[in-house]
Design a protein around this ligand. Structure first.
Ligand code: GLY
Length: 332
């Protein structure tokens, strides 16, 4: 049984990506007519990232322009946000947990289906690069906490204090009331998730975050968890998430979107259905939190959808890098 044989030539989609599904992924008798994917003038290179992240997307696009892989592009792009101290939801300057410690989660996935991740890491700014090291230099896929930090140091990463004065002040202000509730669209920014298609049509993705502000110590969100915060299947496409990680985890959102695209949904339709799985739960309290998804397929079509207004994404294609407003569910 070869998993990759199940994408067959049959027109299920409006996008030129033609796919049909054998539910169990087995070879079928129609296999002799199979092609992996039939693409019509695919858009490449392409980069898409959550929120208003022009500099990160520029860095990724530059990497692609220099002939870099999609994997290089998403790593370099995410590093820009990790180093941006003004962004209080990613990397250095991220808002801390309720005890005042900045803990970071990140993951990366390449076009061969490899994955590397770190969770709850302190004192290391470029956790996306540590995640890549986990993927490329260890037999494991996910390292946590002190072990991840020690691994990073063994790989040449330097320890530093990630709590900036601005984030420390914000935490001290929060401590006065210690109210714990997720805030919709914190400063119109949150986790950065990024997807890229390189000139050869290979897709990779990365996702990095400091997680929920003032979370319980040890809390891990969706961003570093394969299938939730990020998923790539190079024969189909990729998806990544931002927003309240608990809700993304409970619906395995990014994997869901990729599987829906495999079944013929456009990236936009797939993102909308993934949001639907959250808001249509019997006791969903979606009015109190935000989740946003972006997705891209092998053809270079893309989609974005969120629960609430004000989610946006940066898109680089045809040589231009622009921020776009996402459509959203809660029109009230
Ligand atoms: N999406 C980021 C988090 O919930 O940690």
């Amino acid at each position: 049984m070869k998993r990759r044989k199940f994408i067959q030539k049959a027109s299920l989609s409006t996008i030129g990506v033609v796919a049909a599904v054998n539910a169990v992924g087995c070879e079928t008798k129609k296999e002799e007519n199979s092609t992996a994917l039939v693409l019509k003038d695919p858009v490449r290179p392409l980069v898409i990232a959550t929120w208003n992240t022009p500099l990160a997307v520029n860095a990724a696009a530059e990497a692609l322009a220099k002939g870099g892989s999609a994997l290089d592009a998403v790593e370099y792009g995410c590093r820009v946000e990790e180093a941006n101290e003004k962004g209080q939801s990613v990397g250095k300057g991220g808002l801390p947990d309720r005890d005042g410690n900045v803990t970071l989660d990140a993951c990366i996935m390449d076009s061969k289906g490899n994955y590397g991740a770190v969770v709850c890491v302190e004192n290391i700014m470029h956790v996306i690069s540590v995640a890549r090291k986990v993927m490329e230099e260890t037999p494991h896929v996910l390292l946590a906490g002190k072990g991840a930090e020690q691994f990073a140091v063994s790989q040449g990463f330097e320890r530093e204090n990630l709590l900036t004065e601005a984030s420390k002040k914000a935490w001290e202000k929060w401590k006065v009331k210690s109210e714990y509730k997720p805030i919709i669209n914190i400063e119109n920014h949150d986790t950065i998730g990024m997807l890229a298609i390189d000139k050869d049509g290979n897709i990779s993705g990365a996702c990095t975050t400091s997680g929920l502000a003032y979370k319980l110590a040890g809390r891990v969100g969706d961003s570093a968890i394969i299938g939730s915060g990020l998923f790539i299947d190079n024969e189909v496409g990729g998806a990544t998430a931002t927003g309240l990680g608990e809700e993304v985890l409970k619906t395995v959102g990014s994997f869901l979107i990729v599987e829906l695209m495999r079944q013929g949904r456009t990236p936009q339709q797939a993102c909308e259905e993934a949001i639907g799985r959250i808001v249509n739960k019997p006791d969903s309290n979606f009015k109190n939190f935000q989740v946003g998804y972006i997705a891209v397929n092998k053809q270079g079509e893309y989609g974005a959808y969120s629960i609430h207004e004000h989610f946006s994404y940066n898109l680089y294609k045809d040589g231009e890098n622009k921020n776009h407003k996402s459509d959203f569910y809660n029109k009230k």
